[in-house]
Design a protein around this ligand. Structure first.
Ligand SMILES: [Mg+2]
Length: 266
């Protein structure tokens, strides 16, 4: 995407709407990616498709850990798990605040999963590789989990760094403080950053900070908002773009940047 010169066009170009890939919005001008210098990706159900069913295993292991840790039946543990998830942003955050849980053994256990369902993703790797400048993974999970999954996908080497839940002091997305910690830690200028996420509420804070936001649709209904999404007639104001196919979206972004470059510079 060599044509993505910072001077090509303003970040809020109104005429970008017609040509923006898979963008759907009716509120305000769409953004393009001509000034994006940091591409930030969530991991679970964003970089790999929810169809891998990987997070379902993480989800199940959380319930098992809680059951053992608190000495309660699995069904009760699952209820607590989901309650904390909705109330605190992550199950881990609730466990830490309510039960003073030590996070590292929990993370080690829940992420000790079989990755055989994760496919090599050479087309995704090519699409990410073609993006200019910096690429980061930002996850509410652990660095080790992100490294394993990204390596299995064949994309790990493309990322400058991984920001995990420990690096953010165990403050999780969607809290604004979590994103503030992430951008400070990695010296990211929010208005020159794009955030890719499968959870729509995790895009509220990055939008407020000035990032371009992209919802990568997931068919893993793990949160009430994902069920509400099915009734959306239009995207919420805090989501600039949405896509069912991350690789296709990134390919289109790069192609449009190449096509736009000669028209501006020539
Ligand atoms: Mg996710």
């Amino acid at each position: 995407m060599s044509g993505a010169d910072d001077t090509l066009s303003p970040p809020d170009a109104p005429d970008a709407a017609a040509s923006t890939p898979r963008a759907r919005t009716t509120q305000g001008p769409l953004r393009d990616f001509s000034r994006t210098t940091a591409w930030i990706f969530d991991l679970d159900n964003t970089l790999y498709p929810a169809g891998c069913n990987l997070f379902a295993e993480v989800d199940r292991r959380m319930g098992a850990y809680i059951a053992k840790y608190l000495g309660v039946p699995f069904a009760q543990a699952r209820h607590l798990q989901k309650s904390y998830y909705r109330q605190f942003g992550t199950t881990l955050s609730g466990l830490m605040q309510v039960h003073k849980l030590d996070p590292q053994p929990f993370l080690d256990y829940v992420h000790d999963i079989d990755l055989s369902a994760v496919p090599k993703a050479p087309k995704l790797a090519a699409a990410i590789s073609a993006l200019p400048r910096r690429k980061l993974i930002y996850t509410n999970g652990s660095r080790r989990h992100a490294e394993r999954v990204a390596d299995k996908l064949g994309v790990l080497h493309l990322f400058e760094d991984i920001c995990d839940i420990a690096a953010c002091g165990y403050v999780p997305k969607p809290e604004v403080d979590a994103f503030t910690r992430m951008v400070q830690r990695h010296d990211v200028a929010p208005r020159q950053a794009a955030m890719f996420e499968d959870m729509p509420h995790n895009l509220e804070a990055p939008h407020a900070l000035g990032m371009t936001t992209v919802l990568v649709h997931s068919d893993y209904p793990d949160h009430p908002v994902q069920l509400q999404m099915r009734n959306w007639k239009e995207l919420p104001a805090h989501i600039h773009h949405a896509t069912d196919d991350l690789t296709d979206f990134l390919d289109t972004v790069c192609r449009q940047a190449r096509e736009a470059a000669p028209a501006v510079s020539g």
